[in-house]
Design a protein around this ligand. Sequence first.
Ligand SMILES: Cc1ncc(COP(=O)(O)O)c(C=O)c1O
Length: 430
Amino acid sequence: MSEKLALFGGPPVRSGQYYPNKLGDEEKQIAVSVLESGILSGFAADANEQFYGGKYVKELESLFCQRFSCKYAVTFNSATSGLHGSMIAAGIGPGDEVIVPPYSMSATATAVLMCHAVPVFVDVEPDMFCINTDLIESFITTRTKAIIPVNLFGLPSDMDPILKIAEKHNLIVVEDNAQTPGAFYKGRLAGTIGCMGVFSLNRHKNIQCGEGGVVLTNDKYFAERLQLTRNHGEVVLFSMGRNDHADVVGYNYRLSELHAAVAIGQLKKLDEFNNVRVSLANHLTERLKEIPFMTSPKVRKDCTHVYYRYPMLYDRNKLGISRDTMVKALQSEGIHVSNYVAPIYMSPIYQKHKYSESDNFKRRFPEYNGTVNYSLGINPVVETLYKEKMIYTNICMPPNSKKEIDELLDALKKIELNLDALINNEKGLE
Ligand SMILES: Cc1ncc(COP(=O)(O)O)c(C=O)c1O
């Protein structure tokens, strides 16, 4: 019998915090030079160069274009605003439907709601967690205008079938690539395969500047609409005497010079950071072979994974305790693990508008003439992942090392050895 589980008063496998997603000296230096310049934003909603932002915003955009071999990069102050901008650029509006996977951060779908359009949720793959491309076509209607595949946890979605379906039905594809910068899909970089690709620079991501986003595209039309959305575009069109893009409502979605400067430092380290993630993830995958009740993540054929999160599938039948008990036991051993978010449609905003025949729905989407149903059970695969199977960890990020990975293994083995105590006390833990 090994030591008592921390859940029952024993010493935890790990004590102390994990390191935060750290910045280096390069980012500090460049941030100081921005502060010294006194110019914290270079934007103005004027029909001149300031419409496109300041020196660091432009440099960051140019570096993104180089790094991702892309014609246009438009920075935003978050991926959420970038996703909204992409929906506006795509011309999404009232009455339209946009296909999204339910397993993602909520902004993937709220970007659609922000355009008064209707998100249609298509279930995910049971083993790779991205949208299940076999299911997409059965959800396409005359109202469908776009698909937002989410490259989840660091793995690209299966883009070839998505592009084929999009071409057949004339749909715009916006990749939500917030979690997957630098990963490859069959030789192409994730986030550059659809019509637009949205990246996040928030504090949790593979590279970060606190808050920020970037949208990549090779299409001038989309780039222009993204720029207009970002910076009060209606003012500029008026000053320029232009009437095109008059449907675009402009926001203040501008990235500050300080954030752009930090992001420049981070972008230069993307490969270095991703290499650490991949190497720690490979070590974890190797070691998980010792654990019969946990399955390591699959990597899609001819693709690479950049492990924003390391997702594991838990099999309660092999151990006899629930996933939630397992998560609690690991967390009390001081190990970072978590369940991933609930399917997006479980949130109150969707549950309040569950049926298109309801008054709530009709009030919110008066122009919509289709049928939706957001009730529980619509996407069984994601619901099972959420309720029973998914456990992810973020310990594969730098500056962690194999030590942190081995601690997870120690904790899993400790739990296995103390199984009887857990089974006997599981009711009391709920
Ligand atoms: C898949 C996905 N999309 C969008 C976002 C929103 O990113 P941001 O916080 O930059 O708005 C996130 C953030 O967690 C995300 O993971």
